[in-house]
Ligand binder design. Structure first.
Ligand code: NAP
Length: 229
């Protein structure tokens, strides 16, 4: 395949929301799910988020367990997977936690519309990959990621990046933890926002498994349609 194996992992409320109307991170899952996500991170070559998530949550995207970091190191890898931010206009703050915490490479994917001055500063902190004119060209980005040895890519949202990846046909599997809460709100981000599919375009999934974890449900889906690369 001309791109990495790509999966999305997200936690959502029982009504499909990723966070509140303030777009701030909320605790949707518990300790067991936290460990599951940490394990997924530790096994991935790279973790990718959209700039919206960086600006609202400022995640470090590191592997939290010292044992898992040590196991990566023992296998000849960096302690953390590569951390990738999809950020067309190079808005990633230079003091973002993703730069401050943990070792391992950081990649900022920008478009050709990104201001040169911001790019120069980001290049001191990260590898910058430029694709697309206004928005990051996601198919080209994932091809380039494969070219630099990223074979397993974990996408951790948010809502708009999930849409970008799914609508471009770039996702193989989806793992959603559905937590026992209702968030509501027409403007709260859902698992997939963006433009939305019309009826003829709807993406079909195959349910791989459904497992009760604490007070929620972990659903694993395979994306059936092969519309991308
Ligand atoms: P997002 O999906 O993190 O980032 C979206 C941004 O990525 C776009 O606005 C765009 O900004 C950039 N982008 C560049 N090229 C793109 C492309 N081709 N397709 C799509 N996006 C592209 O932001 P969000 O939708 O605002 O989601 C953030 C929310 O999700 C926050 O509330 C956060 O707390 C929540 N979240 C929840 C979870 C969870 O598991 N519960 C996980 C992650 C995030 P530019 O045009 O500036 O490039």
């Amino acid at each position: 395949m001309d791109r990495p194996f790509v999966f999305i992992n997200s936690a959502m409320s029982a009504d499909g929301k990723l966070s509140t109307k303030e777009r701030k991170q909320v605790r949707i899952s518990g300790k067991l799910d936290f460990e599951r996500v940490d394990e997924l991170r530790a096994r991935a070559d790279a973790i990718m988020v959209g700039i919206g998530t960086v600006l609202s949550d400022d995640p470090s995207l590191t592997v939290k367990s010292p044992e898992r970091r040590a196991a990566r190191k023992a296998a000849g890898k960096s302690e953390n997977p590569a951390r990738i931010i999809v950020d067309s206009s190079a808005r990633t703050p230079l003091d973002a936690d993703v730069f401050k915490k943990g070792n391992g490479i950081r990649i900022i994917a920008v478009s050709s519309s990104a201001p040169a001055e911001s790019l120069e500063k980001l290049k001191e902190k990260a590898i910058v990959i430029q694709t697309g004119t206004k928005k990051v060209d996601l198919p080209e980005l994932v091809r380039k990621l494969k070219g630099i040895g990223i074979n397993t890519l974990m996408v951790e949202g948010g809502a708009t990046l999930n849409w970008g990846m799914l609508s471009a046909g770039l996702v193989d599997e989806i793992y959603t933890f559905v937590g026992n809460l209702i968030i509501g709100g027409a403007t709260s981000p859902t698992f997939t926002d963006g433009e939305g599919f019309s009826e003829a375009e709807i993406l079909e999934l195959e349910l791989l498994s459904a497992e009760k974890i604490e007070d929620g449900l972990l659903l694993k889906w395979k994306v059936k349609d092969k519309r991308g690369i």
